[in-house]
Write a protein that binds this ligand. Structure first.
Ligand code: APR
Length: 239
């Protein structure tokens, strides 16, 4: 049976594709007040502004492409059973060819009901030619269509399936996340003791206490190249 590789990714994964991170200098949260565009309260106060913000993010998907790091992760499916657990709301892992992607914080290409964002009946994938959502566009339950994004203060429905996936991993890799946001950062605690874990980031990242990782201090593309060599050269991962 092929060994299980689980890769937890954050905004740094997509940085080399031209999508800015949140907390680096010049990051998204420096330019937009997070409480305005990424909380249910902000949405209740000014839905139009929030819908416009995500329309812009969604349109940006048309101008960017997966980078080499995304491609290396997708290519590892030739050798291992790979699951990506991502905090990113872009679709670059899928576009690079990854077939198992768990989105923790939602997906930009989808919209949902404002009344119950997780009611599967009203979650809808938008086609690129219809990426713009307008005030008055309604979900099947008659409420305003809202971005299918998990905002601060909202539950993270996929965290359980992600935790189970991490528990089953033979190798765990973290790429491009500052590990500031829970429950995603807490996934490191689910790695079984003794399981090799790596962290790829060009900057220093503080890992939750008690978690042991081998740090590869590089950007996502270069770091994934290095990790690929490590995995393919180790009989524990690839026979
Ligand atoms: N390659 C890899 N990592 C990089 C690169 C790069 N080229 N450039 C920057 N990074 C790293 C930064 O050093 C940082 O550790 O990416 C990380 C980005 O951290 P954040 O901006 O905090 O993004 P993230 O951890 O994904 O944020 C988590 O917070 O605002 C919410 O919902 C949002 O999903 C997001 C969550």
């Amino acid at each position: 049976m092929r060994k299980k590789l689980v890769v937890l990714t954050g905004a740094g994964m997509s940085a080399e594709s031209g999508i800015s991170t949140f907390r680096d200098a010049g990051g998204l949260w420096e330019r937009y007040p997070v409480e305005q565009v990424a909380t249910p309260e902000g949405y209740a106060r000014d839905p139009e502004l929030v819908i416009r913000f995500y329309n812009e993010r969604r349109k940006q998907l048309l101008d960017v492409k997966p980078n080499h790091g995304h491609e290396v992760i997708a290519g590892l499916e030739q050798f291992m059973d790979v699951t990506v657990v991502t905090q990113n709301v872009d679709n670059l892992h899928e576009r690079a060819g990854s077939t198992k992607v768990i989105h923790l914080h939602g997906e930009l290409t989808k919209v949902c009901s404002s009344r119950d964002p997780n009611d599967a009946r009203y979650i809808k994938e938008l086609k690129p030619e219809a990426y713009e959502v307008k005030m008055g566009d309604l979900a099947g339950d008659g409420s305003q269509l809202r971005p299918f994004i998990v905002w601060f203060g909202e539950p993270v429905p996929n965290i359980e399936v992600a935790a189970e996936t991490v528990m089953a991993a033979d190798c765990f890799v973290v790429v491009g996340t500052s590990l500031n946001v829970y429950p995603a950062a807490g996934l490191l605690h689910y790695v079984r003791p003794g399981t090799p874990a790596y962290l790829i980031d060009p900057n220093e990242v503080v890992v939750p206490s008690g978690c042991r990782v081998t740090v590869i201090r590089k950007g996502a593309s270069e770091g994934m190249d290095e990790l690929r060599e490590i995995l393919l050269g180790d009989k524990r991962f690839v026979q």
